[in-house]
Design a protein around this ligand. Structure first.
Ligand SMILES: Cc1ncc(COP(=O)(O)O)c(C=O)c1O
Length: 426
């Protein structure tokens, strides 16, 4: 039987060909590797796929207008893929963006998002948000100290307020017996919702984000039921339920070979949400903030083989990009990795290394054709989520970036030259 790796992790030949065509076009623009190519098209496909299921389950999309159904709204998770042309493209669809830091808020404003289309999440924002005098922001509070500090502003600027709740379903994935550092514990959440109501703020939202790659729909169901209980205890009827992100990534395996989205079905997800929202009698909108699921498939990393070694039964390709510089995700994840040119012949166990002086710098360890030579290009697929935010300039500069949408492909960020690499020092 062929392994998922040999089957390109379930990617269709059309998808591989789509990316190869874009890579050839990018290289013909004299864009040197290492290079990321990001495309709007796979994002549009993912959104439309999820929309179809949500509409079939009985929700109404942001772009429809047929009351009294519950509307759903996708917020772009800026942290997942902070790419300026993506923000512009997304804004042109009339959609909103979710930010978690001062710089992300500034980026959203720079790309033309109106404050009412910006959702501010994340911890400790009372340390930077007060400098912005922006009316009509959506703000999900994360702690009692944050709420106390920001409440006067929330009233003055007419923010659409929400409370992030740490449900029992949210834990540190590396130490599951411990909670994450985010949101209000249930008792605190009840107190916060009461406080916001007493203060006559525009409190409208309850929010949770559990973690990435949630493997089962039942986890969402339990978290929503717990949030509904908290709302009842606080005598609060939310208008918006914000369930964060967490739909698992496709075509990607854990290092142990498990498929992330193996148990998760979009149809079941949409139907279960439709049932769960009945727990909130006055709900008008369901908010989603998916990062990985929406954008992972929208990018590839292109690297060039610089040198080849073979010893102790393994072939080693030393490339100009890799884990340390461009793909920290490869610590946890295995992605499809394909040569740009068709290469046949015998395959041998091959380790694909980046150029840094660390044994850790291993993008993949998979069988690859022995005929691969220095000078050839490799594509690491599904590089559209959390690759760019986690890139480093370890001994080398940042990669170049090309953007592709309905208008074609273009270079949107030059490869970092020495001046930028060293020029910040005073
Ligand atoms: C508040 C919040 N919303 C959404 C996301 C996106 O999560 P994912 O990429 O798992 O969908 C994150 C990721 O950390 C987050 O912290």
């Amino acid at each position: 039987m062929k392994t998922p790796a040999a089957l390109n992790f379930g990617h269709s030949p059309e998808t591989i060909e789509f990316w190869k065509r874009l890579v050839r076009e990018a290289l013909s623009l004299s864009t040197p590797p290492p290079l990321y190519i990001f495309s709007a098209l796979p994002i549009a496909e993912r959104i439309s796929e999820l929309d179809t299921e949500l509409v079939s389950a009985g929700f109404q999309s942001q772009t429809q207008n047929s009351k009294p159904k519950i509307l759903f709204r996708h917020w772009l998770s800026c942290k997942t893929q902070p790419v300026a042309p993506l923000l512009r493209w997304w804004r042109e669809q009339g959609r909103g963006v979710e930010v978690v830091s001062e710089f992300e808020l500034r980026a959203a404003l720079a790309e033309g998002f109106a404050p009412e289309n910006i959702l501010v999440n994340g911890p400790a924002k009372h340390h930077w948000l007060p400098q912005f005098e922006l009316c009509y922001l959506s703000v999900n509070f994360d702690s009692s100290a944050e709420l106390a500090a920001l409440l006067p502003l929330a009233k003055k600027l007419n923010w659409r307020c929400g409370v992030r709740i740490l449900t029992g379903e949210e834990f540190d994935p590396e130490t599951p017996q411990l909670p994450t550092q985010f949101g209000f514990a249930p008792d605190e959440a009840i107190a916060a919702l009461k406080k916001l109501q007493r203060a006559k703020t525009r409190v409208e939202t309850v929010h949770f984000h559990l973690r990435s790659n949630i493997s089962s729909v039942a986890t969402f169901e339990r978290a929503i039921a717990e949030v509904a209980k908290i709302c009842r205890a606080a005598k609060f009827s939310p208008l918006h339920l914000d369930i964060g992100g967490g739909i698992p990534v496709r075509h990607v395996l854990t290092r142990g070979g498990k498929i992330y989205d193996g148990q998760f079905g979009l149809v079941a997800f949409a139907q279960s949400l439709r049932q769960s929202v009945k727990l909130f009698p006055e709900l008008r909108e369901l908010w989603l903030e998916n990062g990985r699921w929406v954008s992972a498939g929208s990018g590839v990393l292109v690297i060039k083989i610089l040198d080849v070694k073979e010893r102790r039964g393994v072939r080693q390709l030393i490339c100009d990009g890799g884990r340390t510089l461009n793909a920290l995700m490869s610590v946890w994840e295995q992605h499809a990795l394909v040569p740009l040119a068709e290469r046949g012949g015998a395959e041998v166990l091959t380790v694909v290394h980046g150029p840094t002086c660390m044994a850790f710098d291993q993008l993949a360890r998979i069988p690859l054709p022995r005929s691969l030579k220095a000078g050839e290009h490799l594509l690491w697929l599904d590089a559209g989520a959390y690759h760019l935010p986690w890139e480093t300039k370890f001994s080398h500069g940042h990669a170049s970036v090309c953007w592709h949408d309905e208008k074609g492909i273009r270079l949107v960020r030059e490869r970092q030259g020495f001046k930028k690499f060293w020029g910040d020092w005073k």
